[in-house]
Design a binder for this molecule. Sequence first.
Ligand SMILES: Cc1cc2nc3c(=O)[nH]c(=O)nc-3n(C[C@H](O)[C@H](O)[C@H](O)COP(=O)(O)O)c2cc1C
Length: 408
Amino acid sequence: MRILLGVPGGIAAYKALEFARLAVKAGHSVRVIQTPASLRFVGRASFAAITGAPVLASEFEDDPSKGSWPGEEPGLHSPISHLALIERADVYVVAPATANTLARLASGSAEDLVTTSALAAQCKVILAPAMNGLMWDNEATQANVKTLRAREFEVLDPGAGQLASHGEEGTGRLVEPHEILFAAEASAAGAEKALAGLRVLVTAGGTREPIDRVRYIGNRSSGKMGVEIARAAKQAGADVTLLAANVAIEIPSGVTLIRVETAQELENAASSAFGQCDVLVMTAAVADFRPVGVPSGKIDKSQGTPSLDLEPVRDILRGLAAERAPGQTLVGFAAEFGNGVDRAEAKRASKGVDLMVYNDISNTEIGFDSELNEVTLLTAEGRTAVEKQTKQAVAGRIIQAIAELRAS
Ligand SMILES: Cc1cc2nc3c(=O)[nH]c(=O)nc-3n(C[C@H](O)[C@H](O)[C@H](O)COP(=O)(O)O)c2cc1C
């Protein structure tokens, strides 16, 4: 695929280098054009070295490659630079899209190569904004984003948290380069977004049940699998809410995040959000038992070894399944220790969920804390084995299975 990368002048321009590197590594042909301001942040030499093609920063400049893309023979004639590259691009990505470039694009300005290319684009244009939180929240920027979205530009939601500028926090962080690449690949393929228009509720992580005010009973779930499902659902076009129980990893941008700690908090949050969702994916590892009579302070060890009284925790998925409305799709996870596929299938049937994702936690190469997972997808129709691969790839398979279930 031919990706034209337009680089405006923002502090996150260095991340455009990583985007270019990932795109080239994935086998795409990449050409880069820069705004004059961006040259003050990253030079052409790095982009040229990564892409193996010259970089242009002005429409009055001749293209040494005469409009060709890496891997092609240069043309015989000098084409008009400001139109040649965009004419044959499969997708045009502008990253980091500065407030200034968003404003110029919204007004239809054509004052440099980056904006001119957008005006002449016949392919999908993806804008990945990055700026200070106040600049992003400003009414003018928000109006420009609205205008651009109405004109079929795909404007990716920036992330929240620490920004690239020293000491700054807020909304305005550039979407991670691999997510921009995913968006580029999906849109260029003309991929119908599998979960477009659906509201997906995902739970992730592991609950903690207090023993006293300091200690708790927890489990080893990192939340990676649930976070990847939230990311994949978002990329598939869904409106995603993530209920994160003690998750310490980065949350994908554009996902509504609700943090919880205990099984009770998770149940409360899930119950209040369940009525508004089309798909529920219960990935979180929820405690089966919790201590009762939790003291308000810290148990004093000089008083001897305490004994814990435990009570069972209500099964959240079973409870929600009993209240489900027609049209809701429910997905559960069953972590079983060794050869548990039949137990997982029995859980699927008895809880009344549409898809149960089984994994064998006795296998130390997959599951908790691992980057990898290997699962079996269980539905009323049968079993599908998903071989060992990254949790990101497994999440993609689960989203695909959900889309198939909804289509049927
Ligand atoms: C150190 C520094 C960092 C900047 N970072 C950003 C940024 O992250 N986002 C942004 O919208 N503007 C940022 N700006 C302002 C832009 O560089 C400025 O608006 C410029 O005119 C953008 O031009 P362009 O959009 O044509 O590349 C920054 C400026 C400086 C000096």
